[in-house]
Write a protein that binds this ligand. Structure first.
Ligand code: MN
Length: 735
């Protein structure tokens, strides 16, 4: 089929200029003498070099770099150098322009940032298994210049905003990477607005049904909510101004993704999520009055509404590591509903919205810069080249999202650690040697073990012994990436020494058996003892786990295994399966088809049924597993192992049934269980595999495993179960 595209070039030219002028307006606040000329030069270069290119939507390509530059200026608050780099971020990658051209025209700094952007642009595009390694490379550029990551985030945000024209499998992949790494990064850099938008957009593609469901629910109650907020805010507004504070008081909706997270975490329906919005009080304060004004506003709010004593958060006195400053409290609203109130000044608000760049701008006025410390930490972590890239990423991601606690040294210095950190983490934070020789600690003058979980405000003194060395199980004790990587490298070193010793012992043993010591024989031996590497073989010999008699046994079976080379099942499987699928009519795996020559199983973590949006994942040893795109494991799989993902589609067949679970809650009533099972078995003729029921003081909670045909079948069943008297909620559960 041919689609004809009618393009009005003159109108497009006007539109490009219009967008360019909007960019200039957005960057106005940071413009200095000569900057406008620089930006124009970059714009002209980008326009000329992308002139024959179009986006998937058919629009001129130049719209994209202009939009990325506008996000960088307007939503992240970056200056001219970054705007220039954003305009040119795709030229080296996609056009004839070279880095040398950029350096000649715009100087070293700009060329260096664009070089970084070009390098990481390939991070996700490869079809290799090395994506974790690529993530690490990307983070390395962060150590060079954070602006590379910030512009990359702007680039990703614009791509996510304009993804509708992409094919479905690309949407899934890009959305997975975004939720897996970019959103956490935005969070850690303090870009809360961008983080929330990235999360919502990812959800829109990964879990479209839930996304639409919550959006619709939010929209239904919009007017009611607006009225509630107005009534709640009015008295605050009045008294705040009476007391001479200048403030903007308003309600702000929470993101769809965060509402969904709450529903899942607390296992509650939408109706029971109380904080669909937060109240913000943004104060216009002189720098010297900021803290006092925030507490004044807090006092006004809590005079009007009763606060929940457990929910006071003071990030004004101790800002978060990413620079976030704010006073949070949760109060009881007039209709018996908890309401979160966030109090901060305009300066703090700008940092909260735009993060890092805004932080820089105010650097002089803020006393210590947590973000600098954080970037220093990232550098330290990255400087450990031995860490396994995937492990590293897991640790790193955990540290991106965790909350912080503040711990004091014996001399009163403040150390920031992630929530859940132990005395051993603290020891490694002080110094690697202190960590490696730690045998215990005194917390608030009381003796505690190394595994002690620290509390906010603890004062900690570490006790060491020169006889101590890092142990394997320490890895379960620590949570910080720093401590983990230090322990791992120390264990590795330890193992290397043991292996060296084992190697000598093995040489002697082989000699006594008259076996030549060479690589070939050593590999055969490791294979015989089913060990993953020759190093493991040496270690086992050193520890006495492999003895002379074991090696003799090997000699007797040696002939048998000689012809079997080491197996490489992994690559064979991935490529083999992919080719098999391609050998069919399309490159999509059809599920439920008898003719299918490919083995697959339905993943137990999300129990997909026909009608669910799904993909196939080629596992190492268990063939293809089918997952739902909103499976809790999906983002991690698609982001890290893109080359193992295959497109999959249901081939509808009514005769087949699939196992799924339903959670039913309600008020216990005579005959309730009977009525439920009647709907399931008699009305719907659905087979039940198991049913467990829990009644507690009149509340009924049942889990039922049933066999259904597809999502439509399931939805109808749910609808009818909800009509049963006494039933208040029916939800599908995965495992
Ligand atoms: Mn781009």
């Amino acid at each position: 089929m041919k689609t004809e595209l009618v393009i009005d070039l003159e109108a497009e030219k006007q539109e490009i200029l219009k967008r360019y002028r909007a960019l200039l307006r957005a960057s106005k606040s940071t413009l200095q003498k000569g900057d406008k000329k620089e930006i124009r030069k970059a714009f002209d270069m980008a326009l000329e070099s992308h002139k024959d290119m179009r986006r998937k939507s058919g629009e001129p390509y130049i719209y994209h770099p202009i939009a990325v530059a506008q996000i960088a200026a307007e939503e992240i608050g970056l200056g001219t150098t970054s705007i220039v780099c954003a305009l040119l971020h795709d030229v080296v990658e996609d056009t004839d322009i070279t880095l040398e051209d950029i350096e000649r025209e715009f100087g070293k700094k700009t060329a260096k940032i664009i070089d970084g952007l070009t390098k990481i642009s390939g991070v996700f595009d490869t079809n290799s298994s090395l994506q974790a390694e690529n993530f690490r490379k990307m983070l390395l550029t962060l150590a060079d210049d954070v602006r590379v990551i910030l512009i990359k985030l702007a680039d990703r945000l614009h791509n996510m905003r304009t993804m509708d024209f992409m094919p479905r499998h690309k949407q899934l992949k890009i959305a997975s990477e975004t939720i897996y790494l970019y959103a956490p990064l935005a969070h850690r850099l303090g870009l809360y607005a961008i983080k929330s938008e990235l999360e919502d957009l990812s959800m829109k593609y990964l879990d479209p049904d839930t996304y639409k469901f919550i959006a619709k629910k939010l929209n239904e109650k919009k007017a009611e909510r607006a009225l509630f907020i107005k009534k709640f805010v009015e008295p605050i507004d009045e008294i705040v101004h009476e007391q001479g504070l200048v403030a903007d008081v308003y309600g702000r909706p929470k993101s769809i993704h965060s509402i969904w997270n709450k529903m899942k975490k607390k296992n509650i329906p939408f109706e029971e999520v109380y904080d669909l919005f937060a109240i913000r009080i943004i104060l216009d304060s002189a720098p010297e009055n900021e803290k006092a004004d925030c507490w004044k506003a807090y006092s006004i709010v809590t005079d009007l509404y009763r606060p929940n004593p457990d929910r006071l958060r003071d990030w004004v006195s101790s800002p978060k590591g990413n620079g976030y400053e704010s006073l949070h409290t949760t109060v009881m609203g007039p209709r018996g509903q908890w309401v979160e109130v966030q109090i901060r000044t305009q300066r703090m608000n700008e940092i909260a919205e735009k993060g890092f760049a805004a932080h820089w701008k105010y650097k002089e006025s803020s006393n210590d810069n947590g973000l600098d410390q954080w970037i220093q930490k990232v550098r330290e972590m990255l400087s450990n080249p031995e860490a396994n890239a995937l492990d590293f990423l897991d640790d790193f991601k955990m540290n991106l999202f965790s909350d912080e606690i503040f711990i004091f040294t014996p001399k009163g210095a403040l150390i920031q650690l992630p929530l859940g950190a132990t005395a051993l983490d603290f020891a490694f934070e002080i110094h690697t040697d202190v960590g490696a020789t730690c045998i215990g600690a005194k917390v608030n003058h009381k003796l505690v073990p190394i595994s002690y979980k620290l509390q906010n405000g603890d004062q900690v003194e570490i006790i060491t012994s020169s006889k101590q060395t890092p142990k394997e199980d320490w890895l379960n004790v620590v949570v910080t990436a720093k401590a983990k990587s230090k322990i791992k490298s120390s264990l590795k070193e330890e193992k290397r020494k043991i292996a060296e010793n084992g190697k000598e012992i093995l040489e002697r043993k082989l000699k006594s058996l008259k076996i030549t010591y060479n690589t070939d024989n050593i590999q055969k031996l490791s294979y015989f003892f089913k060990l993953p590497s020759t190093q493991e073989l040496f270690v086992n010999v050193a520890l006495g786990k492999i003895e002379l008699k074991d090696i003799r046994e090997y000699l007797t079976t040696e002939k048998e295994i000689e012809n079997r080379g080491p197996e490489r099942p992994e690559n064979l499987t991935v490529d083999g399966i992919k080719n098999k699928i391609k050998g069919g009519e399309s490159d999509i795996l059809l599920i439920g088809e008898d003719m299918q020559r490919i083995d697959y199983t339905l993943a137990a973590c999300c129990n997909p049924i026909p009608g669910d949006d799904v993909f196939g994942f080629i596992t190492v040893s268990e063939g293809i597993k089918i997952h739902r795109t909103n499976c809790p494991n999906a983002a991690q799989l698609m982001a890290n192992y893109g080359y193992r993902v295959v497109k999959a589609k249901w081939n509808r067949q009514k005769e087949l049934t699939f196992l799924t679970g339903l959670k039913i809650v309600g008020i216990d009533d005579v005959g309730l269980i009977n009525n439920i099972t009647r709907v399931i078995s008699t009305d719907f003729k659905v087979n039940m595999r198991s049913i467990t029921v829990d009644t507690n003081e009149g509340i009924f909670e049942g889990s039922i495993m049933i066999f259904v045909n597809d999502t439509e079948h399931l939805e109808n069943l749910i609808k009818n179960l909800l009509k049963v008297r006494g039933v208040t909620g029916v939800t599908r559960f995965d495992a």
